[in-house]
Design a protein around this ligand. Structure first.
Ligand SMILES: [Zn+2]
Length: 422
């Protein structure tokens, strides 16, 4: 009896050690009630047209929340690392990823292209160009957080309008109940989708959390300091799946072969996550079916993941068409045409919104050589090459109401300000 207990204790210890090393995303979720056809019903009852072939674009801002500590990994995150992550997302959400060839034959017919693109934001909520495309850096007081405290303090203090940006916070460490998490996502509200019936979070905390050691891909930048098993950028592909309404393909609790965990009939029922103890080359049989460990919403290592299914794509696009703060992202204007500019120079334009005149005030160590107004398409609608050495007033041309950008070519570089014309 004692011997058995001892063995059992060892197994438990070993199992929890493995779990601690395994993928953990913090979105463990047990749906309150179950209705397999909820999504299909919701989709049929909505008047919104579903545009199957349209590419949806989501602008992203990465909030790099670093500490003063020399060991703060978030502090070292580079623009190149962020860019490598964006490339991974655009591959995974368009089925351009090279490892689609690894999708096993029995799953190829349900593997699907989400047709969703991700772009780094160019401008901040005040209309100023970001010093680094898609990046806002914030020095914070500590590196270790639990999900709720981080969201209620740092997220709330730093969030950009969640109707204009997908906010992604990068932080050094996320520990909850003694377990380390790689990331966490806030589910969409009011999507009408099965499994997401409850209100999922506040507007002031909406977005994704992720650790720097799983951000980006060593397939793009070989020397990135990433966790070996999560080094291809798939953690963020997984978390954004949650942000767009996907559940785990496996049961987080109440495991049963007769109940689907994720309300998608094209993902086989899994009573437990697939992880490193199962090789991705081999078939693992669960509830008499082959487990789909290729799925981004399982818990396998990055090297095993390569697909979303048709149903998952339908759920994500449905959320983008219907859910508050998700649908608005599709018409966000925070991505411009890739201009770079000085943001720190002290130049004020007012009033804003304006109608007939615009005051431009600036510090006296500057000269302005050119003043130009561009529309949202980046087309010049007005220009003056008159040199300005002190504050001046523009008589605005007669322009349609809307959002414009004022480009000021100064002796210290280009300055861009957003202007609303009423
Ligand atoms: Zn997850």
């Amino acid at each position: 009896m004692q011997k058995i207990l001892l063995v059992f204790g060892l197994v438990l210890f070993f199992h929890s050690f493995l779990l601690a090393q395994d993928r953990k995303c913090g979105n463990n979720y047990i749906p309150a009630y179950f209705d397999q056809n909820f999504m299909q019903k919701a989709m049929q009852s909505s008047p919104t047209a579903r545009l199957e072939n349209q590419t949806y674009t989501i602008p992203i801002i990465f909030h790099l929340c670093y500490t003063e500590s020399p060991t703060s990994a978030t502090r070292q995150v580079s623009q190149a690392q962020i860019q490598s992550q964006i490339e991974v997302l655009n591959e995974d959400y368009n089925r351009f990823n090279a490892d689609t060839s690894k999708t096993r034959p029995m799953f190829r017919s349900v593997a699907a292209n989400a047709n969703i693109r991700f772009e780094l934001a160019d401008i901040d909520p005040n209309g100023n160009l970001l010093a680094e495309k898609g990046i806002a850096r914030h020095k914070i007081s500590k590196g270790n957080w639990d999900i709720k405290s981080f969201r209620n303090t740092i997220s709330t203090q730093t969030i950009f309008d969640p109707k204009q940006y997908l906010n992604i916070w990068v932080l050094d460490s996320l520990i909850e109940g003694g377990e380390s998490y790689l990331g966490h996502a806030q589910f969409p509200d009011l999507s009408g989708l099965a499994g997401l019936e409850e209100k999922n979070g506040l507007e002031t905390t909406d977005g994704v959390l992720i650790l720097p050691r799983v951000l980006g891909s060593i397939r793009k930048i070989p020397n990135l300091p990433l966790s070996e098993r999560f080094a291809y950028g798939r953690t963020l592909s997984h978390e954004i799946g949650h942000f767009l309404g996907l559940l785990h393909t496996f049961h987080d609790g109440n495991a049963s072969c007769s109940r689907d965990a994720d309300y998608c009939n094209d993902t086989p029922v899994l009573t437990s996550p697939s992880n490193r103890i199962f090789s991705c080359e081999n078939d693992r049989i669960v509830c008499e079916k082959v487990a789909m460990h290729e799925n981004f919403m399982d818990y396998t290592d990055d090297i095993c993941m390569n697909m979303f299914t048709i149903c998952q794509v339908q759920r994500m696009r449905w959320v983008l068409e219907n859910s508050p703060r998700r649908k608005e992202l599709l018409s966000s204007k925070v991505v411009t045409s890739g201009i770079t500019a000085r943001t720190e120079l002290n130049i004020k334009i007012y009033p804003n919104p304006a109608s007939d005149v615009l005051h431009i005030d600036f510090s006296n160590n500057l000269h302005i050589n050119k003043t130009q107004i561009l529309n949202l398409l980046g087309q010049s609608v007005w220009v003056s090459n008159q040199k300005q050495i002190e504050n001046y007033v523009l008589n605005l041309p007669n322009l349609p109401k809307g959002i414009y950008f004022v480009h000021l070519e100064t002796t210290q570089g280009l300055v861009v300000r957003k202007l609303i014309i009423e």
